[in-house]
Design a binder for this molecule. Structure first.
Ligand code: GTP
Length: 361
């Protein structure tokens, strides 16, 4: 089975970090999301992947060195300056996918532990046009919720229902097996939403099925969930720091990539991911945060619940609060405080405290 990975969205919800990398390259416990996806494909014996990209995401993807895990990758490009949505790229890749067999479609920004072989088996058994992986969540009110018949046929979707009105707690997990007949349902050359335009038609015709799975699932496209998946995996992988830190206090659970250095009396964790070559000074506190590679954090700084981009320089005694996001190459001068919810665009220099949530451009 071939896999098409959707990787050409704008990732507006993860700005400003998504201005300088597509979501598919966001590190999750120091490994790009795409790498996790390729490993899962290889584990399911899928050897052919097509990346549906736009101009910008292709440039970034080609710059990154990612181990392909034996998966052969080809690119399908969106037209310049014309986003195709979640459905258009499938039509665009029609010839690369071919007409012989069902294929897998993955939203590139989803971490989903799905058994693709079981998903395909159900798809074939039901002779479906499309089979959606459905995940059970506690609060379905943020998602599209599916109602199923006893035979697993999807009867209807309810978009973002209130908790009480939700017919089930089964949500679209962004992982699908589609039959080549799907190409006939997607208009050519324009933005098409698979969820809003194509699936409702298939529901009407009784050709859409749901496969319920219980594994790990997270939509990485939102900051809160991005931090959450890092935490969950930190716990699953237990203590990942292969590198011994002598004079700092390291609380469970943390991950340090190669070249990390930490000064005396710093306290790292609980829940901290430090990318390659991150340099931490003395008496620094970092918890519930992800720090991308190459960043320098000076003495007495404290970071709680934030995501810090690549090659950022954080001055002495800087305080960074929850839900702050710093783009790549940002510089924060000594003694600056950033209140909860501040985001800072790439390469910006900040020399005064920001005390209300806002985006510094
Ligand atoms: P937000 O702006 O934060 O909503 O992100 P997004 O633009 O990526 O949209 P969304 O999360 O709904 O996209 C779901 C998946 O489809 C992601 O993996 C996107 O990369 C992908 N995607 C969305 N729009 C396009 C597009 O126009 N072209 C391609 N090739 N992929 C897309």
């Amino acid at each position: 089975m071939k896999a098409l990975i959707l990787a050409g969205g704008f990732g507006t919800r993860l700005r400003p970090l998504s201005c300088t990398r597509p979501k598919i390259l966001f590190p999750i416990v120091n490994k790009p999301l795409l790498q996790w996806t390729l490993e899962r494909l290889a584990g399911n014996k899928i050897k052919e992947a097509i990346l549906a990209v736009n101009y910008q995401s292709e440039v970034f993807l080609k710059r990154y060195r990612i181990s392909k895990c034996g998966v052969n990758i080809t690119y399908s490009r969106d037209p310049l300056k014309k986003p195709l949505g979640t459905g258009g790229p499938i039509k665009r890749a029609e010839k690369l996918i071919g007409y012989d067999a069902p294929f897998l479609v993955l939203n590139g920004d989803i971490f989903a532990d799905v058994n693709y072989t079981e998903l395909l088996n159900m798809h074939e058994e039901k002779n479906a046009a499309a089979t959606i992986a459905l995940h059970r969540v506690e609060d379905p009110s943020r998602y599209g919720v599916a109602e199923l018949t006893k035979q697993n046929r999807i009867k209807r979707f309810v978009e973002k229902p209130s908790r009480e009105a939700a017919p089930t707690n089964l949500i679209n997990a962004g992982v699908y097996v589609l039959s080549p007949k799907i190409f006939g349902y997607i208009p050519k050359g324009r933005t098409v939403s698979l969820e809003r335009e194509v699936f409702p038609k298939l529901v009407e015709e009784g050709k859409l099925y749901g496969y319920v799975f219980d594994g790990l699932w997270m939509d990485v496209g939102k900051l809160e969930d991005y931090l959450k998946i890092n935490k969950i995996l930190l716990d699953l992988l237990a203590n990942q720091s292969k590198y011994k830190i002598e004079e700092a206090k390291v609380k469970k659970t943390v991950a340090f990539d190669r070249g990390v250095s930490i000064g005396k009396e710093s306290v790292i964790g609980p829940y901290a991911v430090l990318g390659r070559n991150v340099t931490v000074g003395k008496n620094v506190h970092i918890k519930n945060s992800v720090i991308f590679p190459g960043t320098v954090i000076s003495d007495f700084a404290s970071i709680n619940g934030a995501v810090i981009g690549e090659n950022v320089v954080i001055g002495k005694r800087v305080k960074i609060d929850e839900e702050c996001v710093l783009g790549d190459h940002v510089k924060i001068k000594d003694n600056v405080s950033l209140a909860q919810g501040v985001s800072i665009c790439p390469a910006k220099k900040v020399s005064e405290s920001v005390l209300t949530p806002k985006c510094i451009i």
